[in-house]
Design a protein around this ligand. Structure first.
Ligand SMILES: Nc1nc2c(c(=O)[nH]1)N[C@H]1C(S)=C(S)[C@@H](COP(=O)(O)OP(=O)(O)OC[C@H]3O[C@@H](n4cnc5c(=O)[nH]c(N)nc54)[C@H](O)[C@@H]3O)O[C@H]1N2
Ligand SMILES: Nc1nc2c(c(=O)[nH]1)N[C@H]1C(S)=C(S)[C@@H](COP(=O)(O)OP(=O)(O)OC[C@H]3O[C@@H](n4cnc5c(=O)[nH]c(N)nc54)[C@H](O)[C@@H]3O)O[C@H]1N2
Ligand SMILES: [Mo]
Length: 759
């Protein structure tokens, strides 16, 4: 064993700053995007322009001259590459060969240009016409039981294509409409619905201008929603206190230099972003929030004794909530020692965080995958809501619950009917407007689709975007089963690993990206999207499409529906393709309260707010009140501690968008050049007698007898709580058992995966 202390890796500059500008430049070089693509970026996220296809952050009413971040620019330049993945490429490479290529190398081939059909005889994709594609896919779908087909959506397609995709599924005969949400914020949709009656966040972006404290749990803004750093920086400069809970010290929550502020860029000091940074153990948020709530009660008792007024907002609690007495009993029965053990944080730190909460008039709770991707993730969200309810921090300015969504229109896809749950589908409206009867049975979530796949019962898969077989848990097992599907169809922009697992009949259907012009019979068309804050925006692309043969997602969905369902005067798919205003009129007719006058309102600066009852303190819960809930566990991980067991957190780097791997630089964590790494605390490395760069094999410790392992991982020292490992998604997905998911929502628990070092 070496006696030299092991130094954890870290990045020594602030988030933002010159590093983010260099990040954009290197993408442009790597992607050989035309210089004019940089000009196109000026239209990003502005009224009359196109909306970024990266994350789901707000598009502000008063945009700056450059209203994009490093990663938004990368996403656009990645879309606007000059490279083309054309039929000649497929002629050179067999699909079985391509299935061994890296995620990065596949997407680097550039934009798909032509519909491609899989030829099982030669193991090549070969070009075909759109007419052939639609006719053959329609015939395949007509030949099977609709309930054996799944229509997945990845969260990028606009509201128009999404609305029609959901309608197509119902008219064809199933509710199998999982989307990427099922691996992401489904925990939010289920948990928030239960406790506040709304499946989405209650904040709008303006709330960040008024809050006094932000409790920031399990979300990495520096990489995944960089534009939010500006709001956070402004809040800090106003004196707002940010309290972070995260096992990793993420740079964006430590220090930030605004790349659009010339003064700060040249001579200024970085902004120190947090007031407290609490390195909670994975899943320890339940215990940590219990500790914070305990302190709030202590402060309330102290205030009562001193006669200085209550800390609890008793008026709000009496009028708007139910369940507090039980929660108080639970808090009183929970020992500090157990809390400290479950979260790895000290009582003193949690009390200090409780004091920040109690002293703030307006508090926002922000969270991301660090809360949602756990077996008891729903309980963590319940606890965060409990904390907010104690002082009436929901439904007033500067306060609320703010989940940060993933894909740029993932929330919107759910809003307009892409859901496997019948109760959330506009069943009456489908009947009234189209004579379509929605099947009664709930459809598949992502996990239940995969269970069917592994059981050999699934027959057909259509993906409206995404890279599902790569993004899911247990993907080694999934890959083997995927090729037994009778039909796989991917509406896509670039080639990915799932495409290289063709079913017996298999198609790649290339589509436009958002920055490209979508020309239809009535002229250039607009689409629309929804952000994390329930605002809807119009989006119009002006770039010349990457190929003459590309179709829009709307045109492809309509082509597939028409070919599958045959002519029906109540479902004029062709006319809808010709004029998207007609689709928006249908969206408005289906959801009139939220989407009335959509056409006029979506282009106004800042879009329009579709409303949220919980924001108005109207609680659409079973009791009609906001609900305090009691946790049944103190740690959200599904499997507890044991000798030799680690809890593995799977993460995104700063150089990827989900399975799209732009490159190998995780700049904000000081990690360069290799994604096959496992981050480990220096203490654990010493205990295990490991050196930096040692190669290890991680194996599943889920106790189900299934051998899951990932080899060739290079040990890298990192500042992590002991017993915690971290590494990259999707490389480590083979270690996540399919059954290891949030109990309430079935969201895979990718943040506390039980593993061992097995070699
Ligand atoms: N550039 C870029 N932007 C993206 C994406 C991308 O891949 N690249 N993906 C998009 C999508 S689909 C999504 S869903 C979002 C994801 O954005 P995030 O929600 O930020 O997701 P992750 O990168 O998975 O990181 C989650 C954070 O939670 C922390 N964490 C892990 N376990 C725990 C825990 O138990 N408790 C707490 N408190 N923290 C924990 C991790 O250290 C990490 O900082 O980003 C979207 N935006
Ligand atoms: N272990 C682990 N697993 C995870 C996660 C994790 O944190 N850890 N995160 C989960 C989360 S939050 C999510 S959202 C999922 C993501 O899962 P998915 O949404 O299925 O995956 P993406 O990587 O976003 O999909 C990328 C592909 O989408 C296609 N594409 C890109 N742009 C467009 C477009 O404009 N239109 C169309 N039609 N296609 C397009 C391209 O072909 C590209 O290869 O992964 C989940 N899996
Ligand atoms: Mo996501």
């Amino acid at each position: 064993m070496s006696s030299k202390p092991i130094e954890p890796r870290e990045y020594h500059s602030a988030a933002g700053g010159w590093g983010s500008l260099r990040g954009i430049g290197s993408t442009q070089l790597r992607e050989q995007a035309l210089p004019s693509a940089l000009g196109t970026l000026q239209e990003q996220n502005k009224p009359g322009g196109y909306m970024c296809s990266s994350c789901a952050f707000a598009k502000l009413p008063e945009p700056k001259p450059l209203e994009f971040c490093e990663n938004g620019a990368k996403a656009t330049l990645w879309d606007l590459t000059t490279a083309r993945c054309a039929p000649e490429f497929f002629a050179r490479h067999k699909v079985s060969e391509l299935s061994r290529w890296s995620d990065h190398d596949l997407e680097m081939q550039g934009r798909l240009t032509t519909p491609m059909r899989y030829d099982p005889e030669t193991d090549h994709y070969v070009s075909a016409s759109w007419e052939e594609a639609f006719a053959e896919i329609g015939a395949e779908l007509r030949a099977i039981d609709p309930k054996a087909a799944t229509f997945y959506a990845s969260g990028k397609a606009g509201l128009e294509a999404s609305y029609l995709y959901a309608l197509f599924a119902r008219a064809y005969g199933h509710n199998n409409l999982p989307d990427s949400s099922n691996m992401c914020h489904e925990t939010t949709s289920v948990a928030l619905k239960e406790v506040i009656g709304s499946p989405v966040g209650t904040c709008t972006i303006d709330d960040f201008d008024e809050c006094d404290a932000i409790f920031y749990l399990g979300q990495n803004p520096g990489t995944n929603s960089p534009r939010l750093l500006h709001q956070l920086q402004n809040a800090v400069k106003r004196g707002c206190k940010i309290v972070v809970f995260n096992p990793l010290r993420e740079k964006g929550l430590i220090e930030f230099v605004n790349p659009q502020d010339p003064l700060q860029m040249t001579i200024g000091e970085p902004t120190q972003m947090n007031h407290m940074y609490l390195q909670v153990r994975p899943g320890g948020d339940i215990a940590a929030l219990m500790g914070v709530c305990k302190r709030v009660l202590e402060r309330d008792a102290m205030a009562l004794a001193a006669g200085t007024g209550r800390v609890l907002d008793t008026d709000f609690i009496d009028r708007h909530t139910t369940g507090l007495p039980d929660f108080i009993a639970k808090l009183e029965a929970t020992e500090w020692a157990d809390i400290e053990q479950a979260c790895g944080l000290s009582r003193a730190d949690l009390q200090a965080a409780g004091d920040v909460y109690a002293d703030a008039q307006r508090v926002i709770g922000v969270y991301g995958m660090g809360l949602t991707q756990h077996v008891h993730g729903s309980q963590s969200i319940g606890l965060l809501v409990n904390l907010l309810l104690l002082r009436g921090n929901i439904g007033r300015p500067g306060a609320g619950c703010s989940p940060i969504r993933g894909h740029s229109n993932v929330q919107g896809q759910r809003t307009v009917g892409i859901t496997e749950k019948v109760e959330l589908a506009p069943v009456e409206k489908y009947r009234e407007l189209f004579g379509v009867e929605t099947p009664d049975e709930d459809g598949h979530t992502t996990v239940s689709f995969l269970e069917e796949l592994l059981a050999g019962k699934a027959r057909a898969f259509i993906g409206l975007g995404g890279n599902l077989a790569r993004a899911v848990p247990d993907h080694d097992r999934v890959h083997a089963a995927w090729r037994d599907l009778d039909l796989t169809v991917h509406v896509a922009t670039k080639l990915n690993r799932t495409h290289c697992l063709p079913g017996k009949a298999a198609w790649l259907l290339p589509c436009l990206v958002r920055a490209e012009q979508d020309q239809q019979e009535t002229g250039p068309q607009q689409v629309s999207v929804e952000d994390s804050f329930s605002h809807i925006y119009g989006s119009i692309g002006r770039r010349e499409p990457a190929s003459d043969l590309l179709k829009s997602e709307v045109a492809i969905v309509c082509g597939l529906a028409q070919a599958t369902l045959g002519p029906d005067p109540r479902l004029p798919w062709r006319e809808w393709t010709g004029d998207y205003r007609r689709i928006r009129a249908l969206i408005a007719a289906t959801f009139p309260d939220q989407f009335h006058h959509m056409e006029e309102r979506m282009d106004q600066p800042g879009g329009f707010y579709r409303g949220n009852p919980a924001h108005e303190r109207i609680w659409k819960t079973e009791s009609g009140l906001a609900q305090f809930t009691n946790p049944t566990v103190l740690n959200a991980a599904g499997i507890g501690d044991a000798e030799g067991r680690f809890h593995l957190v799977t993460l995104r780097s700063n150089d990827q968008f989900n399975t799209t791997v732009y490159g190998y630089s995780d700049r904000l964590r000081g990690l360069e050049g290799n994604r096959m790494i496992v981050l480990m605390s220096p203490q654990d490395m010493q205990r295990m007698a490991l050196q930096e760069g040692d190669r290890v094999v991680l194996g599943s410790d889920a106790g189900d007898g299934i051998d899951r392992r990932v080899t060739g991982l290079s040990v890298t020292p990192y500042d992590l709580p002991p017993g915690t490992l971290a590494g990259y998604f999707p490389e480590l997905n083979p270690l996540v058992p399919l059954w290891y998911h949030d109990r309430a929502s079935k969201t895979p628990a990718a943040k506390s995966v039980p593993v061992r070092i097995v070699g």
